[in-house]
Design a protein around this ligand. Structure first.
Ligand code: ADP
Ligand code: MG
Length: 350
């Protein structure tokens, strides 16, 4: 088996980043500074993953512009996001809103055009090729929507789970122990010797989750991992992600368009036009009758310099336009329509 897998090491990665940078000023790395906390090959990498202040994932004013011939497509336009260690977060948004673009930047597959993204202390806009490979191998795990993209068809489920560890130089005994543990966790203890073609779609995604966890990453990213599954199976796979998050403490960010699924996580981040537009937080509460129920509260996202986007419905309900009047109260801020302007009053400075 080792020989079979060893050959794979020489294959080019299907999603090797191009290293393009669009007009981003990259600060020179000062010679004497220590390398960013890169995980050592087989340490399990826990120590290297202590979160920087402010979250295990921090995106600040992230911009991604795709250039296609002479056209520029702005896929992300100033996105801000902070995810704390151990969180399980869902990202939702209409098709084309920039979810996959965000995931491929966070996954180290593409580089931002501007702004900053850091994951577990790694600056994703400023990684060399080797650091990028190490990042993708050790710091994160990735699960794609397409079941066929997650696994190598000519390896068994167990070999697929062992592969990332093999590439990382994890000794054989340890590799086998971890693979057995992971296959058990994802409910495939007795399916390890099957190749993907003999596994159902749900089983393939379970295996993919085990593969993503193989090198004990700090964060697992999943881009619509249940998109090709029927709803019952999708629910099971999502439950598995939740269990893994709780049992292993790994941070999970999952993109989904399934509103029911997104109701199962404590935080849902909505992306609109390449920006985080709102967040919904859920917590359980007990009502007067003693029944437990879930309270969902929607929050607007406030960026570093204090900008926020008002929900479209609020803006339309009050006919807000161009500018609003703010009043600071003792524990909140009021937002008023600009009545002066609407009534044809003198306004200010016009
Ligand atoms: P989502 O995953 O939310 O559907 P994407 O991140 O895939 O959104 O796409 C965001 C925008 O960027 C869309 O307008 C899409 O057409 C564009 N886009 C995504 N990837 C590329 C690419 N490789 N080249 C050019 N445009 C792209
Ligand atoms: Mg997408």
């Amino acid at each position: 088996m080792s020989d079979e897998i060893a050959e794979i090491e020489d294959l080019p990665s299907p999603a090797e980043p191009t290293g393009r940078r669009f007009g981003r000023a990259v600060p020179p790395r000062s010679g004497g500074s220590p390398a960013p906390d890169r995980p050592s090959p087989d340490s399990g990498t826990r120590a290297a993953k202590t979160a920087p202040i402010g979250g295990v994932i921090v995106c600040e004013n992230l911009v991604k512009i795709y250039k296609v011939a002479d056209l520029e497509v702005v896929a992300l336009q100033g996105l801000d996001l902070v995810v704390d260690p151990g969180e399980f977060v869902a990202v939702v948004g209409a098709s084309g809103s920039g979810k996959s673009t965000l995931m491929s930047i966070l996954g180290g597959l593409d580089v931002p055009s501007a702004g900053r993204a850091t994951v577990a202390g790694h600056d994703l806009g400023d990684m060399g090729r080797r650091e990028r490979t190490a990042y993708r191998r050790n710091v994160i795990g990735f699960v794609w929507q397409q079941t066929g993209r997650n696994l190598l068809a000519y390896l068994t489920a167990r070999q697929n789970v062992e592969l990332p560890m093999l590439l990382n130089g994890v000794p054989r005994g340890e590799r086998q122990r971890r693979a057995t543990d992971l296959l058990g966790r994802v409910g495939l203890a007795d399916r390890g010797n099957h190749r993907p073609e003999r596994l159902s779609g749900g089983e393939q995604q379970r295996t993919a989750i085990a593969v993503a966890l193989a090198n004990r990453p700090a964060v697992v990213f999943a881009d619509e991992p249940t998109g090709e599954l029927d709803s019952a199976t999708a629910h099971e796979v999502f439950e598995l992600l939740r269990t893994v998050n709780q049992e292993l403490g790994v941070t999970i960010v999952v993109v989904t368009h399934d509103p029911l699924v997104s109701e199962q996580v404590s935080r849902t981040i909505a992306i609109r036009d390449g920006r985080t537009s709102s967040e919904t937080l859920r917590r359980s509460a007990v009502n007067a009758g003693g029944d437990q129920h879930v309270i969902a509260e929607e929050y607007a996202v406030l960026d570093r310099v204090g900008r926020l986007q008002l929900p479209r419905a609020h803006v339309e309900a009050l006919g807000l336009e161009r500018r609003v009047r703010l009043a600071l109260e003792s524990d909140h801020i009021s937002v008023w329509p600009d009545l002066d302007r609407r009534n044809g009053g003198e306004g200010t400075g016009e």
